[in-house]
Design a protein around this ligand. Sequence first.
Ligand code: FE2
Length: 290
Amino acid sequence: MVSVAPLHPEFGARISGMDLHVPLTTDQVKTVHDLIDRYSFLCFPDQSFNDARQLALTCSLGEPEENHVALGQRGVISYFGIIGNVQEDGSKLGNRDRHVVFSTGNNMWHTDSSFRPVPSYVSIMCVYEVPGEGGHTQFVSTRSAYERLPDALKTEIEPLTVIHDYVFSRSKVSPDAVTPSHAASLPPVRQRLVRTNPRTGARNYYVGSHAKTVEGWEEPDSRRLLDDLLARAVEEEHVYTHPWQPGELVIWDNRTLLHRGTGYDADRYRRYMRQTRVRGVSTLEEAQAQ
Ligand SMILES: [Fe+2]
């Protein structure tokens, strides 16, 4: 029996009564997709998993997305990304390590893979180690934010296309944060600003740190709109802060949620989570299907 306990008035649920380490039935897969559409953020505590089980779950929800760092830097296809400061060999990196500094880019509000032509549907996180303090992740719903917009603004943003650019967002962390091959693998892409869930009809807007400019707009106007939409979404009362627990598995909807890390002291603490992603659909094609 699956039970659902909401985590925040606008989105998020803790799900019990479903073991994700065994192959899901067709009905269970449908249930998870339905829960994603409804709650956007699903936390499954006390799960038993390893990489094989995580990848099997990922594939049951769709097509796994290649990790863009491994692909862009080394030409390697891997479906896993490490979130935190622990490496594959178990060693810990400190605050000044290049990888840890680079990962502070995730402390800006963003949605995963919005810089890819076909962005992510969901991210799946398996939690192994968490810091003694800090290291949380905050989430907001741009579906709720869209609903709060004045009608005139909804109308204004309806037809807009936004350029998302990974090199742009990471240049805020460090000018040479992205290697030449990685940068070449991720040219700027066009994304529709307003998205519609094809199954539910729910609408939201798609912004975040990778959103660089509104196509066809002057830079100041563009920045003003994108910053305003982001600011409206992340007002404090709309933020859910997730305190990670080892053993939990979390799935979040990258179509409708923005998230950011809160930071932690990598010199003192270990943080180790493994992330996979399920490929979504082109926002341009999604819009044409409406
Ligand atoms: Fe992220």
